[in-house]
Write a protein that binds this ligand. Structure first.
Ligand code: NAX
Length: 328
């Protein structure tokens, strides 16, 4: 048996965590031979609910779960962790402007970024709480001793949504869909790229002849999926988001299959696809399974795609300017 690792989940009494934590503790994320300790972070008013989650974890009798820390202090939650899954953030309240949401949630990621200095050497961070890309930027800028490449913003739900839409339209299983890249921000401006996507190994635009759908409903359905689920269910898409976090972490830990890539939000160096430096944008990445990754070069970006990418990048730049004074 391996030695235990510590995994922190923030917002641990929230909806998304209620799916995610149990998948982690069962061994479905870090492997059936990897014991772990779970460090669960919440805010003081949610600590009582968190004790209920902990009771349920106890009652699952997960053999791999060797301990839990329940805390409202980020320093304690991040002590010795190899993985930080930053899910917790404040929901947008009535009458709250997006700008207020950015600064309110941004403050959370200043303190959590700083507290990452307590983490283990091999730390990796996945930011899920919205606005995920800009929160990720704030966290990595405030964790100044930790390489920025360790921080990722979750784009996997968007990638999975795009794969499901393409598979349904083409009338094939989702396993036939590959090479999906979501560009830009995890928001309604994101650009799900059908042009570089493949279905059964062929360009998606060959497998799906309905170009108007690819350029129209496909993109808007993926962009608006979160809202459509809230409208239908009355609650947000917590289970599929937790599933996406599981997929994302597994992808970060595994070599990306030959010829494919994964969408993830990372700090732009300015060197790829004319996306400016200093924002956390989604790119096509390949992971090496040893903690490293690289941006996949050479994808074709036509005029249609360029316009869409520019719009989502502009939004990320605007978000950055709102939180400039939180960037450490
Ligand atoms: P909930 O409101 O159910 O849970 C959020 C939890 O975070 C609450 O329990 C709250 O007490 C806690 N929290 C607030 N401030 C905190 C802090 N400073 N430290 C620790 N915990 C804190 O929301 P839920 O449905 O679980 O969604 C969690 C986050 O994921 C939201 O920001 C949501 O917008 C975001 N999402 C991101 C997605 C992505 O693809 N990146 C998709 C799904 C999801 O909507």
């Amino acid at each position: 048996m391996k030695s235990p690792i510590r995994v922190a989940v923030t917002g641990a009494a929230g909806q998304l965590a209620y799916s995610l934590i149990f998948r982690i503790a069962s061994g479905g994320v870090f492997g059936m031979d990897q014991p772990l300790q779970m460090n669960l972070l919440e805010i003081p008013p949610a600590m009582k609910a968190l004790t209920g989650v902990a009771m349920e974890l106890d009652d699952c009798a997960f053999p791999l779960l060797q301990g839990m820390v329940l805390t409202d202090k980020a320093e304690e939650a991040f002590d010795g962790i190899s993985w930080g899954l930053l899910v917790g953030s404040k929901p947008r309240g009535p009458g709250m402007e997006r700008k207020d949401l950015l600064t309110e949630n941004g403050k959370i990621f200043v303190g959590q970024g700083q507290a990452m200095e307590r983490a283990a050497e091999d730390l990796r961070v996945l930011v899920v709480g919205n606005p995920a890309n800009t929160n990720c930027l704030i966290a990595l800028k405030n964790a100044s001793d930790i390489p920025a490449g360790r921080f990722h913003a979750m784009m996997r739900l968007d990638q999975n949504r795009a794969a499901a839409q393409l598979a349904a339209k083409a009338g094939v299983g989702v396993d036939q869909v590959s090479n999906i890249v979501i560009w830009g921000n995890h928001s309604a401006t994101q650009y799900p790229d059908f042009f570089n996507a493949r279905i059964g190994g062929k360009p998606a635009a060959e497998a799906i002849s309905d170009r108007a759908w690819l350029e129209g409903d496909f993109i808007s359905t993926v962009q608006q999926r979160g809202k459509a689920i809230i409208d239908a269910r009355g609650l947000s898409s917590a289970a599929s988001a937790a599933n996406a976090a599981v997929d994302h972490v597994i992808s970060m830990r595994s070599p990306t299959p030959d010829g494919d890539w994964v969408s993830s939000g990372v700090l732009s160096s300015g060197a790829h696809y004319d996306i400016p430096e200093g924002i956390v944008s989604s790119f096509p990445l390949r992971f090496d399974g040893k903690g490293g990754w690289e941006v996949v070069e050479g994808l074709e970006i036509g005029a249609f795609a360029r316009e869409k990418i520019e719009a989502t990048v502009k939004e990320l730049q605007e978000e950055r300017s709102v939180v400039e004074d939180l960037l450490g």
